[in-house]
Write a protein that binds this ligand. Sequence first.
Ligand code: NAD
Ligand code: ZN
Length: 366
Amino acid sequence: KVIVNIPGEEAYDVRIGTGVLDALGARMRGVPSLEQAERVLVVTDENVAPLYRDRARESLAAAGFRVPDIVVPAGEDTKSVEVAGEIWEAMAHLSLGRDCAVVALGGGVVGDLAGFAASTYMRGVTLVQVPTTLLSMVDSSVGGKTGVNLTAGKNLVGTFKQPAYVCADTGTLSTLPEREWACGCAEVAKSAVIDSDEFFFWLVEAADALAAREEAVVSEAIARCVVFKADVVAEDKTESRGVRECLNYGHTLGHAVEALAGYGTFSHGAAVAEGMRFAARLAAALAGASLEFVAAQDDLLDALGLPALAWSAEPADLLAAMKRDKKARHGQVRFVLPRDVGSWELRDVDDAVILEHLEAWARSKE
Ligand code: NAD
Ligand code: ZN
């Protein structure tokens, strides 16, 4: 169990382990705002529903909740204003009041979408996150960002809404496809590099066991990531102080790779790993990172099943894609650059410097 304590918010528990899903209802009764609650709406997607919805509902029913549910299509396209609207309408149709709770059962798509619906319906009802992907356990279920995509870009509309409880049942990961597993591993590696020597070298040792999904290592990796993310969010709850931007390590180039290759061509994790490899090289040139660090991170990503992509694009096209990202400020592309494990800086990097390094990176693959 990890307790997340963010200034100005109710502290909440994150339970991690096999079987914690079966105690979901009982644990939720321990949340003050849910002691008397009658109904909870389970939001899940069509892949997760046949696997885990009944177990979630049984646990909730055993704790005395009535449990309507809504099943949304799986996939990123579901994170839309339209589907959020369907959830609001369903909630109103069920006459759910401010005392209800929304349980987001699924990956980051369901978590962001259901979190958004929960934070806006009647100006906000209680949210419980039940993440079922490695990525959502290590990253998206904690920290309070919710949101939907617009045609103009991802996550352009959203809220900050901390969950009242997070239930990460590592048993549910047994059905996760390999590609989604690697996605989560990229965020674990990202967290370890930014966090500390201690986390990084633990992960170097544990990488093979994590790739093989050994339960004890999986749970520990999740717990370490949750502690790391909670610390970052506690310092910068609303992403206004620059601290939270470290979570974007590897994502500057990663997002550009995803967009240029076409969404879905590479997994988000594969693209982020590529972005970490590139950012580390940039950091060696600009921020004093050592070549040993670059090599150690390469080895870690290899061990986690995240090899360098056998793909490259025109540097000018990658640069243009980075500039289209909403995180570019005044046309300047910004990178999180590790000086070393556990130490990083934010840097606006000139176009010419980025192009020069993108060319070198592409040449290194020839
Ligand atoms: P996802 O929710 O699309 O899940 C990936 C796939 O796995 C889906 O097809 C899903 O149906 C399936 N799935 C989920 N759990 C499963 C299980 N246990 N067994 C078998 N299949 C399962 O994707 P994701 O990678 O979990 O999340 C990505 C989303 O998270 C993106 O929209 C991203 O923007 C968001 N995100 C949010 C934050 C945040 O802070 N809020 C942080 C990072 C990412
Ligand atoms: Zn990511």
